[in-house]
Each structure stands twice: as structure tokens, then as C-alpha cells.
Design a protein around this ligand. Structure first.
Ligand code: FAD
Length: 532
């Protein structure tokens, strides 16, 4: 197969233009037939307003060797497509169905592979099915009344269900897991372009439907789901996990996947009380910052709305001599700031968008790195307590609403009285406030310096009426649940997995870690269950 990299075409091009360019690059005659698959598509806006799509394509054509002999350019080469390899089952007897705790991306993809390989896993999820969960979340945004078991963090699909649905990952992927996850999303209804877009996203509207279809498929194939079923205790005997105690049911177990996500604090506390090996982890906290999307598009594309291109994302980062990194996180073009709290009297925000990304504002978290030095302790739960303290302070600031401040007022340490040239797009009520004093003063200075620095990359980034929302505290898990080489914790049969255990950050990497853990279980155990 021939790979052509760096095929550059104007953003207005047609499919015929792309095929013509492939033909021209490979010097094919008009009679020579070929097929192709787009491997990657990205936007090149370095010479704005001249903007291009840049493609990498794999081409199938006869006489491949002859063609390659006459073309001497590094962007044309011979490649072999490598697909994901299903693992081979082991022979340790499997006495119980594998139990997965959590139906987020990690738990669902672990369940998917186990189900496809005949292991018929059980999945328990503290929250509700998506259909019911959506009602609870909408109700919370409308009334402020939180259901601590059914919210933006907890329920079918996990934390990413009410998200921007960004599906990119920085994880290197020689195993093909990344592609496997994307293909699975497409199998359940996601658009095909996520397979090749450089920054794939599907939005909360599509993602939620994909997950429902995935669950129904899994159920048909023998996987069993238990919703509103929270793992409350872990019974360990002779160094192995034996039972999972839930509110209404106790499961006898041999293998348990802990795919808890980063917000299951009561479960982290229980695991710590049961002496499961875990450690504190660095993360980052800050504010969700809104700008008009047109301002971002102008900076990135050279025009407000450019020839049908999607609302532009951005990524900014800086490091300061005080050791603090300041960077953008989970940027949502054309998105909303959402109240994503999961505990009473605590407020936390995040960002989401729909597939069209056609909201008025761009938002991203601008966050500052934190370490145990900021937590005031270094025991495994110190970061979690730090998050809770911040979230409670944020809650008190605006009585459970999202506290907001204009960046200019933040710099001057005065409460905001009004919005500037644009309004905020939030899900959940907001209230103008003063956000100073939540972060330590060196973090505040780093945040302000970061905003000013980013305005050199995106003019207007530090505009006085940029809207800050408090606070983004759950950028990644505050703990790592340790696992050994075989992916088990030091408790036999217990597999920490995904973002909550500290092995992923984002939908894709969590899903890939779910696959990795499923592979470890499959490689160890036979799928022929011996005793029910
Ligand atoms: P989770 O998705 O958190 O799933 C864990 C599940 O376990 C939850 O459903 C929870 O209810 C359940 N659970 C926890 N404890 C128990 C228990 N004791 N018993 C039973 N069930 C339990 N990432 C991206 O890559 N792109 C984005 O655009 C994006 N946007 C986001 C927007 C928002 C609003 C939020 C909150 C997050 C966003 N993220 C995004 C992050 C992403 O959602 C997470 O990285 C990802 O969901 C982690 O997957 P996970 O399976 O490890 O954990």
C-alpha cells in the first residue's frame, strides 16, 4: 500500500480535487484504477487567510513497486496497515464473571472487549442510564438541586457524556488501540470523519446516543449492567479480592476492574481504608475562561467565519520561573461552561459542546499546576481534600451558582458588577462575584501572567471582559491506585483502570486503558467459566 503524506488542498476543495491530486502525485494514467483511505486530515492555517486541508492517504493500486520506483519524494512511501490484534485467552480457570465498576469510557471499553471475547462481564454503575441521567442533569442546571448519584460526573457514559466529545489523545499507539476505539465509536453511530480528523470530536448529543447503542449491543451479547448500584465495600481475603458489597447486592468476585473516574471520592476513601496501595498525584486547577468564538476564529483563521471551517480550537501553554505551568485544558469551541458538581455544597465547572460547536463562545480551562506542597500534606488523599476545600469555597461564594468575574476585575481584585461586550454561555445559573483569594497568591500571579502571555498568541486573550468561571478542579485524578506489571494492584484480581486510577486523562486514553486491562484479564483467564 502507498502512503502519501502532505497532500495539501484549499479548504474549498471537492472529493474529485483530492482524487485528482492523488493521481497526479502518483503519476497515474487516466486508465489506472485505485482506491484510497484517508488516514489523517488536519488544517494548515500558517499562511492565513490562505488555509489548507493537509491529508495523509493510503492508496491501493496495482504495480505499486513500479510506481514507487519512479517517485522520489519523502512524502510518498510504502506502508503496511496494522490492525488491532485481539488478545489470546489464557488458561487460569475463571470461576466468576469479571466485574467492572464504572460505566465510563474505561469501564465500557473494558466491557466491550471482554464481551467480544466471550467473558460476559458484569458492569455496575452508581449513576443512572443516560436517558434518566439527562433529566437529572437538566434539572440540576435549572433548579440547582443536585442528585449526588446522578449528575455530570456519575452515570452511564461516565464524566465525558456531557462533554465536548473531543476524541484526541496524546498517547502513543503502536498497538492500534486508538484506532480500535474510534472504529468502535463509528460502529455505534459516530461520524466516519473521526477516523481521520486530526482533532476529532462528536459533541455530547452524538456521544450520548453512541453509548446507548453500545450498551444495548453489549447486553445482547451477554454483558449485564446494574445501574444505581454503587460499590460501597471491598472484601479481601488471602491477598485477593473476594466480594464487592453494593447498597442492595453483594457480588462474589474473582476479577474486579476499578474504572471509577476521578470524582468517586467516597470510593477512594473506602479503598484507602482497605489498605489498597495508592498515592497522591499532581494535577492542576484554575478557571474556565470564555471569549467570543469569533475572536478565536479571527486569530486562528484570519477571519470570523472561514469558508465553512469548524469553530477553531486553540491550545496555549507557558512555564514560569516559580515552577508553575499554566496552560489551556479541555478547550471547547462554540461551547458552554457547565456546572459539573457531584457533591453537595461544592461547585466545580467544566466545558461541553454539541456536535455543531455553534455556541457563541469559546471556552477552555486555564489552569495552574499543583503539587502536594499546595495540598499541605502528602498522604494519598491530600489532593482530594484540597479539591474539596476549593470546591466548597467556590460554592459558598455564589450560593451554589457558578461564580463569575471579568478578567480585568480579577486583576484589580474587585467584584464584577456587569458583563462586557459579550455574555456568558453556561449550563447552570451563574452569579457575578470576586474569585480572588481562592488560589494562593503565587498561583494568582501565575494565572494572570499566563493570560497576558497567551494574548501574544491570540490577541485579546487577556481582554478585560474575558469571563472567568470558578472553578476547574477536576482536571485529572488526585490519586493513583498503584498497579503492578500485570496491571493488577497488589490485591490479586483487582485491576485499577482509567482516569480515576491515574492511568488516563480524557475519553480516548481512558477507553484505551479499558482495553488494556481487558487484554490483561483475557490473557490470564480462560473464557470458559467453570462455576456460576
Ligand atoms: P469516568 O468517565 O469518570 O467514569 C467512571 C464511572 O464510574 C462513572 O460513571 C461513575 O458514576 C462510576 N462510579 C464511580 N464510583 C463508583 C462506584 N463506587 N460504584 C459504581 N459506579 C461507580 N475528555 C475528553 O477526552 N474530551 C472531552 O471533550 C471531555 N470533556 C469533558 C467535559 C466534562 C463536563 C467532563 C466532566 C469531563 C470531560 N472530559 C473530556 C474528561 C473525560 O470525561 C474523562 O477523562 C473520562 O470520562 C474518564 O473516563 P473513565 O472511564 O476513567 O471515568
Amino acid at each position: 500500500m502507498i502512503r502519501i503524506n502532505q497532500l495539501k488542498l484549499p479548504v474549498t476543495h471537492s472529493t474529485a480535487d483530492l482524487e485528482h491530486k492523488i493521481k497526479k502525485t502518483l503519476r497515474l494514467s487516466s486508465q489506472e484504477k485505485f482506491t484510497y483511505r484517508i488516514v489523517r486530515r488536519s488544517i494548515d492555517a500558517r499562511k492565513k487567510p490562505d488555509i489548507y486541508y493537509v491529508y495523509a492517504v493510503n492508496v491501493n493500486v496495482s504495480k505499486e513497486e513500479q510506481i514507487l520506483k519512479k517517485i522520489h519524494t519523502p512524502s510518498v512511501l510504502s506502508v503496511r496497515e496494522k490492525n488491532y490484534q485481539y488478545p489470546v485467552s489464557g488458561d487460569t480457570p475463571l470461576l466468576q464473571r469479571p466485574l467492572i465498576i464504572g460505566a465510563g469510557p474505561a469501564g465500557l471499553f473494558c466491557a466491550y472487549l471482554l464481551t467480544e471475547m466471550g467473558y460476559e462481564p458484569l458492569v455496575i454503575e452508581r449513576g443512572k442510564k443516560i436517558e434518566d441521567r439527562m433529566e437529572d442533569v437538566e434539572n440540576f442546571w435549572k433548579t440547582g438541586v443536585l442528585d449526588p448519584q446522578s449528575n455530570v460526573q456519575f452515570g452511564e457514559g461516565g464524566a465525558g457524556t456531557f462533554s465536548d466529545g473531543k476524541l484526541n489523545s496524546a498517547v502513543k499507539d503502536p498497538s492500534g488501540r486508538n484506532q480500535f476505539v474510534l472504529e468502535t465509536f463509528v460502529k455505534f453511530g459516530a461520524p466516519e470523519q473521526i477516523l481521520y480528523d486530526n482533532k476529532p470530536h462528536i459533541g455530547t448529543d452524538i456521544l450520548s446516543k453512541v453509548i446507548v447503542r453500545m450498551r444495548k449491543y453489549l447486553e445482547e451479547k451477554g454483558c449485564q449492567f446494574f445501574f444505581e448500584c454503587c460499590a460501597k465495600d471491598f472484601i479481601i481475603e488471602n491477598g485477593g479480592i473476594r466480594q464487592i458489597v453494593c447498597d442492595k447486592k453483594t457480588f462474589d468476585v474473582q476479577t474486579v476492574v476499578l474504572a471509577l473516574g476521578h470524582s468517586s471520592r467516597d470510593t477512594f476513601e473506602k479503598l484507602y481504608a482497605r489498605h489498597i496501595s495508592m498515592e497522591v498525584k499532581n494535577f492542576a486547577v484554575g478557571f474556565r475562561v470564555e471569549h467570543p468564538q469569533s475572536m478565536i476564529d479571527r486569530a486562528m483563521y484570519g477571519a470570523d467565519h472561514f469558508q465553512g471551517l469548524p469553530a477553531s480550537p486553540y491550545k496555549v501553554t507557558s512555564n514560569f520561573p516559580n515552577g508553575r505551568g499554566v496552560y489551556s485544558f479541555c478547550m471547547c469551541p462554540g461551547g458552554y461552561v457547565v456546572n459539573s458538581s457531584s457533591e453537595k455544597e461544592e461547585t466545580v465547572v467544566n466545558g461541553m459542546s454539541y456536535s455543531g460547536r455553534n455556541g457563541q463562545n469559546a471556552n477552555s480551562a486555564i489552569i495552574v499546576s499543583v503539587t502536594p506542597a499546595d495540598f499541605g500534606a502528602s498522604d494519598p488523599l491530600a489532593g482530594m481534600r484540597y479539591q474539596r476545600k476549593l470546591e466548597h469555597a467556590v460554592y459558598k461564594l455564589a450560593d451554589g451558582k457558578i461564580p463569575q468575574q471579568m478578567f480585568g476585575d480579577y486583576c484589580n481584585n474587585v467584584e464584577s458588577r456587569q458583563y462586557g461586550d459579550f455574555l456568558s454561555s453556561t449550563k447552570g445559573a451563574a452569579q457575578l462575584s470576586n474569585l480572588r483569594g481562592l488560589l494562593s497568591s503565587d498561583m494568582e500571579q501565575s494565572f494572570i501572567a499566563g493570560m497576558q502571555h497567551f494574548s501574544h498568541i491570540i490577541p485579546g486573550f487577556d481582554r478585560a471582559d474575558a469571563i472567568l468561571s470558578g472553578m476547574e478542579t477536576r482536571t485529572s485524578s488526585p490519586v493513583r491506585i498503584n498497579r503492578e506489571k500485570n496491571l493488577e494492584s497488589e490485591i490479586h484480581g483487582l485491576y485499577p483502570c482509567g482516569e480515576g486510577a491515574g492511568y488516563a486523562g480524557g475519553i480516548m486514553s481512558a477507553a484505551m486503558d479499558g482495553l488494556k486491562v481487558a487484554e490483561a484479564i483475557i490473557q490470564k483467564y480462560t473464557n470458559k467459566r467453570q462455576i456460576e
